[in-house]
Write a protein of this length. Structure first.
Length: 287
């Protein structure tokens, strides 16, 4: 995730970050510019259209469709940001619940052997969940950190949650914790699985394909018809105008695509690796 100063306008305007949509769209912008130049040249130099030609009035259609496409893009961006923010809230809850579990275990458990187990395994859940959401290999890390045999074909965050509860249940059977304490700790561990389910729902349920495909086609055909309607009013200035309109519309779609799946490796995705490291540091400080 990119760290930045929101008050530094100069940097925003004149600096092109590697995550900026300008870099991704630059080849298409060149293509759109060449296309607009070709249409402008043909209409201005070769096509002698009468004043009442319907082609000259096509800009009215763009005015109406511009309002429609703006509504679609607003809905698209808001939906994507809601997914990003829901993922951030889920990881914020994981931070708080990991701290709460560590605080309670620190007060309840006395033997250093048991404390060392939880000191290691509570942060492992966040680390494994982070890699699980990024589709990275986690079995080797899990085996190395908590010295358990791991089945690569199982749900690895669930394995860590199961180890947590099995250990707590053993402490209950050994009468190291009471029944009331078992219930309290069970709720904290259950919240881990609930958070995992929320993140998986976000990751595995993208925006419907038909909606995303329709919006891309809408933007494409809208931009492709712009030179026909505005070249008579703008002349060759229609070239930068069309390029700019394409840049704005396509950038909004690219930004929505990036943030709708917030657990990847893109520059604007959630800093889940850093959050997992903070959880480890906080748990080790508490227990």
């Amino acid at each position: 995730m990119i760290s930045y100063n929101p008050k530094d306008w100069i940097t925003f305007i004149f600096r092109f970050h590697k995550a900026d949509t300008f870099r991704q769209l630059f080849p298409l912008m060149l293509l759109i510019g060449c296309y607009s130049a070709a249409i402008a040249y043909l209409e201005l130099e070769y096509w002698d259209l009468p004043d009442d030609s319907h082609v000259k009035n096509i800009s009215m259609m763009h005015g109406m469709l511009g309002f429609v496409i703006s509504l679609l893009l607003v809905f698209r961006t808001n939906t994507a940001y809601d997914r990003w923010w829901e993922g951030r809230k889920a990881w914020g809850a994981l931070v708080n619940n990991s701290r709460n579990l560590a605080i309670k275990l620190n007060a309840i458990i006395e033997e250093e052997k048991d404390r060392a187990f939880f000191r290691k395994i509570i942060p492992v859940y966040a680390s494994i969940l982070n890699k699980h959401l990024k589709n990275e290999e986690t079995g080797k890390q899990l085996a190395e950190e908590i010295t358990f045999s791991v089945d690569q074909h199982t749900h690895r965050p669930n394995q860590v949650a199961k180890m947590l509860f099995v250990k707590i249940n053993e402490l209950y059977k050994q009468q190291k914790i009471s029944g009331d304490q078992l219930i309290v700790l069970n709720n904290e561990i259950q919240s881990f699985t609930d958070i995992c389910g929320i993140c998986e729902r976000i990751k595995n349920t993208p925006i419907p394909y038909s909606y995303s495909a329709f919006l891309k086609k809408f933007i494409f055909f809208y931009v492709m018809t712009l030179p026909f309607g505005y070249v008579f009013n703008l002349g060759y200035f229609v070239i930068p105008v069309v390029i700019f309109i394409f840049y704005v519309l396509a950038s909004l779609e690219l930004i929505a695509e990036e943030i709708e799946e917030p657990f990847g490796h893109d520059a604007n995705d959630l800093p889940t690796t850093k959050i997992a490291e903070n959880i480890r540091k906080h748990v080790e400080e508490i227990i």
